[in-house]
Design a protein around this ligand. Structure first.
Ligand SMILES: [Zn+2]
Length: 254
């Protein structure tokens, strides 16, 4: 009898799960992710290990990074629907990524290998748009609605596992294209020269560097075409050459 009850309960859980998954596919991921309050996403983000700046940096370098971020965010009326925090990780890999709650990490290797602040602005604008479009929350929902989520509910997996998933999560090609387009619009609105966006990705692809960062990104050709669609009228410089040298050596040039 007990066994019978247990199997009935198991069946019920699967029926409920199937209903949730059905609703989720009927409504679509994006509206569902946008319906989740930003405060909840922030809370979830703070529950996983938030990336922190790990190296010793000068107050001048940090002020320059903040100034660069401010140039890109907030600039739209709906930018107050989410928030951004940018940290530098002491890591030679050429990479940048956004996690839940608007935490963006720039690796020191990316800062060091970039050739202008406009290149960093291009990468940041792209990551900001992943946050703006709630792509990380979409990825988190996919994870929670799969069997992994069921394991989580029953305590068979840890928040560390969830954090690892989010940090290694790859976006779909459509999401990458959306972040590219939004990033280019943002650069245009901020009057930041988008040639930096173009040259950075072009160089990385030629060299075969930044493979993690580029793995799911649209092809260079479509990115180049998109860049030309969002021409920036009268671009304004971000910082002087001397300031850029300070910023790119944020972690002592590593
Ligand atoms: Zn991306």
């Amino acid at each position: 009898m007990k066994k019978d009850k247990a199997s009935k309960l198991k069946g019920l859980i699967w029926v409920i799960s199937a209903c949730i998954i059905g609703v989720f596919f009927a409504v679509g991921l994006a509206p569902l992710a946008h319906a989740i309050p930003w405060s909840l996403e922030k809370k979830m983000g703070s529950m996983i290990s938030a990336p922190k700046t790990e190296c010793r940096y000068s107050s001048q370098a940090d002020a320059l990074l903040k100034r660069l971020v401010k140039r890109l965010y907030p600039i739209y009326p709906d930018d107050d629907h989410f928030s951004i925090e940018v940290h530098v990780a002491d890591n030679p890999d050429i990479n940048a990524y956004a996690t839940l709650g608007g935490m963006i990490t720039l690796n020191s290797g990316l800062l060091n290998k970039a050739q202008s602040p406009e290149e960093i602005a291009g990468v940041l604008a792209h990551e900001i748009e992943h946050v703006h479009s709630r792509h990380i929350m979409e990825g988190a929902l996919v994870h929670l609605f799969t069997s992994e989520g069921v394991y989580m509910i029953f305590g068979k997996t840890s928040t560390a596992g969830f954090a690892r998933y989010l940090l290694n999560m790859s976006f779909t090609r459509d999401q990458e294209a959306q972040a590219d387009e939004g990033g280019l619009r943002r650069l245009q609105a901020a009057r930041v020269d988008n040639q930096g966006f173009k040259s950075f990705f072009e160089r990385m692809e030629k060299k075969g560097s930044a493979t993690t960062f580029l793995s799911d990104h649209p092809s260079n050709k479509s990115r180049m075409e998109m860049t030309d669609q969002y021409k920036v009228k009268d671009p304004q410089p971000i910082m002087t050459k001397d300031e850029w040298e300070v910023l790119r050596n944020y972690c002592g040039g590593k």
